[in-house]
Ligand binder design. Structure first.
Ligand SMILES: [Zn+2]
Ligand SMILES: [Zn+2]
Length: 217
């Protein structure tokens, strides 16, 4: 596996979590294993690795779920974007190609773990291509563009995370001194790192919020 010195940035859809790599490996591939299908919510995970020593998190931190004793999977807890597959013992982090600012830069060289490749995989490049979003309605495309909460495909010096994930939710810390409801109430503690004295060891308020918010309505 070759290491290529290059600058690569990416992150999640809402922009709460951003990363930068100063080198990449030439291992771009599509993994069809059942775990990658679940982790990506898709029929395969398109992945390319950054050496761990070249990868840094430039905004926020990914949330991590261990899918096995050997593998961590990273994602944004705010918007849900899957970000990486990290084999704990091989020194590299396979980034989700769709999370890169320029996903065109890494064409895949291999299909891997194909025991669960969907039976119709070979047909996907031959099906109807309905063209640009505008083809489905200029008004629709304009409305999406106008109201988009998505982080742009380049690094930003500052960024206020927007979004409405939490609008239907409310929650707070254990003692009730800090309550959050609506998107901004959830997002701002992430940025400011507020803590409630009722449970200072447990970290930022947002963490306390997320659990009741995401765990139950
Ligand atoms: Zn996000
Ligand atoms: Zn996989």
């Amino acid at each position: 596996m070759k290491r290529i010195e290059m600058e690569v940035s990416g992150g999640c859809q809402c922009g709460a979590v951003r990363y930068h790599a100063t080198a990449m490996h030439d291992n771009s591939h599509l993994c069809h294993c059942r775990m990658c299908q679940k982790a990506s919510g898709n029929i395969f995970a398109a992945l390319v690795a950054a050496p761990d020593d070249a990868l840094s998190w430039t905004r926020g931190k990914p949330s991590i779920w261990k899918s096995s004793a050997l593998v961590e999977r990273g994602f944004c807890a705010n918007c849900g974007t899957p970000l990486f597959f990290h084999h704990l013992e091989n020194g590299r982090t396979n980034l989700m190609i769709g999370s890169l600012d320029d996903p065109h830069a890494f064409s895949p060289h291999a299909n891997t773990c194909t025991e669960n490749m969907v039976a119709w995989f070979d047909t996907i490049t031959g099906i109807e291509n309905t063209g640009a979003t505008e083809n489905n309605g200029a008004d629709w495309a304009a409305a999406i563009k106008e109201s988009s909460n998505q982080h742009p495909d380049h690094d930003t010096t500052s960024w206020a995370v927007r979004g409405v994930m939490a609008e239907r939710y409310s929650g707070g810390c254990q003692c009730g001194a800090v309550r959050c409801h609506g998107a901004w109430a959830v997002v701002l503690p992430v940025i400011w790192g507020q803590r409630c004295e009722c449970d200072p060891a447990s970290g930022i308020v947002a963490h306390l919020c997320y659990r009741p918010l995401l765990g139950g309505r």
